[in-house]
Design a protein around this ligand. Sequence first.
Ligand code: GDP
Ligand code: IMO
Ligand code: MG
Length: 427
Amino acid sequence: MPVLAIVGAQWGDEGKGKIVDLLTEKAKLVVRFSGGDNAGHTVINPYGEFKLHLIPSGIFYPRVTCIIGNGTVINPEVLIGELDQLNQRGIDTSRLLISNRAHLIMPYHTLLDGLEEAARGGKAIGTTRKGIGPAFADKTARRGIRVGDLLDPEAFREQLSFIVDYKNTILTKVYGAKPLYRDEIYHQYCRYGERLAPHIRETTVILHQAIAKDDLVILEGAQGMLLDPDFGTYPYTTSCSPLVSGGCQGSGVGPTNINRALGVFKAYCTRVGGGPMPTELHDEIGDLIRKKAHEYGTTTGRPRRCGWFDAVAARFSAQINGLTGMALTRLDVLSILPRLKICIGYELDGQRIDYLPQNIAALNRCQPVYEELPGWQTPISDILDYQRLPVEARHYVARLEELTSCPANIISVGAKREQTIHKTPIF
Ligand code: GDP
Ligand code: IMO
Ligand code: MG
């Protein structure tokens, strides 16, 4: 059995949690490979409704091992809270493994995320303030602390003594903030280490064993392609790669082991936080989508900006990710609209272009060029067979497939696991 990567193909919140939960039925291993608790993955299945921030969305299947991969940054307090919550609701989390190579989010990361955002003023990124950017910055600058370091308290104490002094200089001298107490952090993180120790492993061993045995491995992405620091709307991005290639880096799977790459797309666009979004609707249609579809952030509760499907960005996403197919979610939401628009190009300074400009100012000036399609204006959430969808809905899906050169493997028509149309097989 192959390795299947499932990634966000827009600005995050496409419904990755639902799709991973659904497809884990056939899997043996699910690896969350990037981001941290900036992510919020909603799963609605027979056990209830769950909002997962760090734990893979495959955790509900008793035979499946779940890994939080090396490419993530982990706030242990949040992770322990999530484990406790799942356990209280009767979900067995003993099969959760944490890569010893994953980096830790430390108290100074969350503090600095807030301070750096405030310092940016009107140019704030709109981060989730979970310490993600500062933690990845420390990883790259080689002063990060890794999950495995918690297992050697003496060495951990030494690491901390350098880093806390360094961070306190920045906190007090640059931001005029209060310093942190090293011993307090040390004891707190040692307690976290003791609690998490049974889960901490060299997870690549388990991953490679599964691949050698031909078990189905799912790589669960977080965020979305347009939040990628290289190919997204930089600097209005997150700080690690949400791409399929990030799935290799963040788990330890070799690129040639990935057999299928499924991009999760919403049937329209949303974005939470700052930065350009060419198809954003500032009118009553945007408000209607937000209200009817309850488009509010899973992690921060902030209202999501809503807009039409951007096929220029979607095609780029399919190419950069090397997608073999798409999972199209929230098609049911569009049932409320009489006419639908798809962005098929941009007009930039009087010229028609069909790519995403690198320059943010230019991207902000891009005016979407739309194609209009009729809506279907009938509920579709109970339909499980593609051919039974209204003809207008099938035309809409077919047009998205054509524009992105990506076959729709899955069409999601509701938040529940079973509200799903399997249009074409993934394998
Ligand atoms: P993720 O971060 O990509 O996992 O997505 P989120 O969980 O943050 O946001 C997706 C939202 O859409 C959640 O509230 C899901 O329950 C919901 N959802 C997923 N698929 C569908 C769908 O097909 N229809 C509707 N109406 N809601 C969906
Ligand atoms: P899931 O996995 C939507 C956005 C933030 C902000 C930017 C940088 O649920 O799809 P960060 O805290 O990462 O430094 O914030 O990225 N962002 C997300 N938006 N879904 C997410 O995750 C996101 N994770 C980060 O809103 O604009
Ligand atoms: Mg989300």
